[in-house]
Design a protein around this ligand. Structure first.
Ligand SMILES: NC(=O)c1ccc[n+]([C@@H]2O[C@H](COP(=O)([O-])OP(=O)(O)OC[C@H]3O[C@@H](n4cnc5c(N)ncnc54)[C@H](O)[C@@H]3O)[C@@H](O)[C@H]2O)c1
Length: 356
């Protein structure tokens, strides 16, 4: 691929965010088939800093300037959620392929507009759901596809922080973010769980959200103090999703909740076996029945330098070069958006809602 450019991700104010910025930025530079030609951020000093740090030849404060560079084949959108739809559609209309950060958009309606734009422009639109690219995920997906767990019929999707409200960015502001933990961290694990279950069609959801901690002063925060005055998203959400094939998924997602510990991962249950995947703990555990005993097994020897960001970006670039489907198409990512929209709607109306 001749050129690639990406929207700026600012260096965050905590270790976790810095890690994400470096990981995704470096992914393009580590990819032998990509060249980073430009960076754009509406804050000039951030654009300049990134251009300098990553030796990028062009730096802009408007995406229009960036999109006018003919050699650019693809754009990576790393702006806050409220801008995903706008910048993605602009890039697609300018004839560029797009890798857009998760969540795909503020809601499924926006996501559909992005999908329609990609279809019209005949360009690729992939969503950056990197948890699908951990070696442990790839291994477990292969096992499930080969039938080793039988038919997956139940799953738990858990993205729970006890006091993990981000102290940077706009993660606590519904109008800029679209929602709270569900749309920020939940989206990763709901997609991962659904993907491992074989992408069944969701038909309804019953959910509840709770606002008890984040908007009140005087709480400790794992990432430092957050702005409780602008915080208007849910602290904690719980839901049950029903699928057309009879399977169900329980979801728990929290920025702050009085539970025992952080959990970020999923359990998938089939009639022959079950599995637990905790990507950040490098854990896959299989629940089998063997030789008259129930058994928990942990596969070993995954690569020590497993880097899902590099793999995600390499797969995006490869799909462009070889003109094949992207591995995480927007047409799949929109289902997580529909589930999340459904949870918010169900919480509002106080009953189960259908999904289309
Ligand atoms: N894949 C992951 O694991 C992961 C991790 C962190 C963040 N994210 C996603 O990345 C996105 C950004 O998150 P963040 O933590 O980096 O947010 P942030 O607010 O720290 O940074 C966003 C940057 O975008 C710039 N910006 C805003 N509007 C712009 C526009 N119209 N054009 C150009 N630049 C613009 C801002 O000035 C800022 O520098 C979010 O959608 C978030 O969900 C993904």
């Amino acid at each position: 691929m001749k050129g690639i450019s990406y929207g700026q991700k600012v260096k965050g104010r905590c270790g976790r965010s810095r890690f994400y910025f470096r990981a995704s930025s470096q992914g393009f530079q580590n990819c032998p088939n990509a060249e980073v030609l430009a960076v754009c951020d509406i804050v000039p000093s951030r654009a300049e800093q990134r251009a300098k740090e990553f030796n990028i030849p062009n730096c802009f404060t408007s995406i229009d300037e960036l999109l006018s560079i003919k050699e650019i084949d693809a754009v990576s959108i790393c702006t806050p959620n409220i801008d995903h739809k706008r910048s993605t559609i602009k890039a697609l209309q300018a004839g560029k392929h797009v890798l857009c950060e998760k969540p795909i958009a503020m809601n499924a309606r926006e996501a559909q507009a992005m999908i329609d734009a990609a279809h019209k422009a005949k360009k690729k639109l992939m969503i950056a759901l990197h948890n699908r690219f951990f070696s442990r995920t790839e291994y477990l997906k292969g096992l499930i596809e080969a039938g080793h767990l039988g038919k997956p019929y139940y799953a738990r999707s858990l993205s729970i922080r006890r006091r993990g409200v981000p102290s940077w960015g706009v993660f606590g502001q519904k109008k800029l973010q679209g929602g709270g933990p569900l749309i920020d961290i939940g989206v990763h694990i709901i997609d991962l769980t659904w993907y491992l279950m074989g992408c069944p069609k969701p038909v309804s959801v019953s959910g509840q959200t709770y606002e008890t901690i984040g908007a009140t002063p005087g709480h400790v925060g794992e990432f430092g103090p957050w702005d409780y005055k602008t915080y208007d998203v849910e602290d904690f959400a719980v839901a049950l999703v029903r699928f057309a094939n009879g399977a169900t998924m329980m979801i728990e997602s929290a920025f702050c909740v009085n539970l025992d510990k952080e959990v970020f991962g999923c359990h998938v249950v089939g009639d022959k076996g079950g599995a637990t995947l905790m990507p950040l703990e490098n854990l896959v555990e299989l629940r089998l029945e063997l030789g008259g005993h129930i058994m928990d097994c942990q596969p070993r020897h995954f690569p020590a330098d497993d880097n899902p960001y590099d793999k995600e970006i390499a797969a995006f670039v490869d799909a462009i070069i070889k003109n094949k489907p992207v591995p995480v198409p927007a047409t799949e990512a929109i289902w997580t958006s529909k589930i999340i929209d459904g949870i918010y709607k169900s919480a509002k109306v106080g009953k189960e809602v259908p999904l289309k």
